[in-house]
Structures are given as C-alpha cells and as structure tokens.
Design a binder for this molecule. Structure first.
Ligand code: FES
Length: 116
C-alpha cells in the first residue's frame, strides 16, 4: 500500500491509498477513481497536459528511481521539464524524476506527493 497525496492550489489536499505493484494503476487512474481533478487530454502519454510534480513523503530516505516511459521522456523534453543531460543522468543512475506524466506513471510502493 502506498499513500498518494494530491495537492493543488485550487483544491483541498487529498490523500488516498494506492495498491502498489499492480503495474496498471497510474496516477491519473488513481486520481479519476478518487474524483481528483487532475487535468488530462489524451490519456496516452502524447499531449503532456497531465504533467505533475512528484516528490517523496516516504519514510524511506531515498526515493525510488524514475522508470520513465519512452513517451514520458519525449514529452517531458518537449515541455522543457528535462534537458537531454538531465534525462541521461536519470536513466543511467536510476534517479527519481520530479516531473512525470500522470497518465504514464505507475504507482509504486512509495508514499508520494503529487502536485497538479
Ligand atoms: S494525458 Fe496526454 S500525456 Fe497524459
């Protein structure tokens, strides 16, 4: 079980439980299930409208690596959220990435804050 807290300047923060490790539950799916108004358009990692900032609020000292999808890598670069060098560093060193696409990021066993 992971705790995911959704935060937006326009809405009250909401924390929900997520079943980690299902390999199917994306941040966007979790938001929809819990009626959290995360913006999205394509739902398929193409448009970038669902970009969110993800930080750890876990008890663990080190955040999990990013495991960015190919679509995320491309779109985050197009949006200017990641440079080519930053992306390479994240992939090579398995580092966390603060910018994610809600429709692509799979919930893992980690408590996170999602700013949308
Ligand atoms: S909704 Fe289009 S990239 Fe996520």
């Amino acid at each position: 079980m992971a705790l995911v807290t959704f935060s937006s300047p326009e809405f009250k923060d909401k924390t929900v439980y997520a079943v980690a490790g299902s390999h199917t539950e994306t941040i966007l799916k979790l938001a929809k299930t819990n009626k959290i108004p995360v913006k999205f358009d394509c739902g398929d990692g193409e448009c970038g409208s669902c970009v969110v900032r993800v930080t750890s609020i876990d008890r663990k000292p080190v955040r999990m690596g990013a495991h960015l999808t190919e679509k995320e890598k491309e779109v985050l670069r197009q949006l200017g959220k990641l440079t080519k060098d930053e992306l390479e560093n994240i992939v090579v060193n398995d580092l966390p990435c603060e910018w994610r696409l809600a429709c692509q990021m799979i919930v893992r066993d980690e408590d996170i804050l999602v700013e949308y």
